[in-house]
Design a protein around this ligand. Sequence first.
Ligand code: AMP
Ligand code: MG
Length: 321
Amino acid sequence: MIFLKATPAAVKKAAASIRKGGTVVFPTETVYGLGADALNPLAVARIFEIKKRPEFDPLIVHVASIRQAKALAFVTPKAEALMKKFWPGPLTLVLPKKKKVPDLVTAGLDTVALRMPADPVALALIKRARTPVAAPSANRFGRLSPTTAAHAKKQLKNGPDVILDGGKTRIGVESAVLLLKGRRASLLRHGGLTLEEIEKATGPLAAGPDGGKKPRSPGRLAGHYSPSAKLVLLGKRKFRFKKGLRYGYLAFTKKPALKIKCAAVLSPSGSLQEAAAGLFSHLHRLDEAGVDVILAEPVPQRGLGRAIMDRLKRAAGKPLK
Ligand code: AMP
Ligand code: MG
């Protein structure tokens, strides 16, 4: 494994590795991804192995142009309008797939998830590799997502061939996932592009990700995004401390009056952008402090707050509402 600062020369090296069937950790504006040539099933298999990800969980394929997306999926005029409006950016579109996409990438589904990332390092890497890049988040399956190269290295150890360090990611939560099938559009995952922004373009969506009983997108399981410590999402009910356990606290705008040693504040000014950007970093830090339990305050369920609450609820292992 080589760990490189994401200079143009390093991106060139990483792209060469992808062309040869290697795996590369790279920054996107959402979280770090673990990428491989999406058209090479052996390379894609390495992603599942390194992440210990079950094969029923499909990957997002990253492209550098709408033309590249059209080679992989059937793109309706409505889908193309969304690409033109929101790409590059934190919106993943799930579309009927073309034969060319290996089954391992889509977990055997007849749809494929596509996104054009906005981070210049990610775009340069995909362009240089001259192939679409399948990339889930660069963490061990079910664990906290990485928003720095160091987070990815810590979890994946020497698994990837190259790690590109491009600093802290800007948005900090994963992309929104929108299914476009037939005439229907439905949101499968809240993410970096907010529901409000999406609905401004699409009109009201049929159902949100928390509408049904079952997770309708594979891999959207309760117990995802988990720190090593137990996470408790604070609610209306009073919380009781147990003796002998070490507690950490994740506050939204200000530290709690309680005497807790490890407390983190997501955003003193109450900005949901700032809260999203720091969410995983704070959770990584609380974990590293060795606490047994992390108490997390809820954030307002609007804008990026929906994605933050989705991650916190899943980290707490709560079933979907
Ligand atoms: P990750 O890249 O780790 O953030 O995970 C990608 C997520 O995208 C998966 O866990 C699914 O929830 C979703 N996804 C990818 N492909 C599809 C698909 N074909 N249909 C529905 N959801 C998908
Ligand atoms: Mg993930």
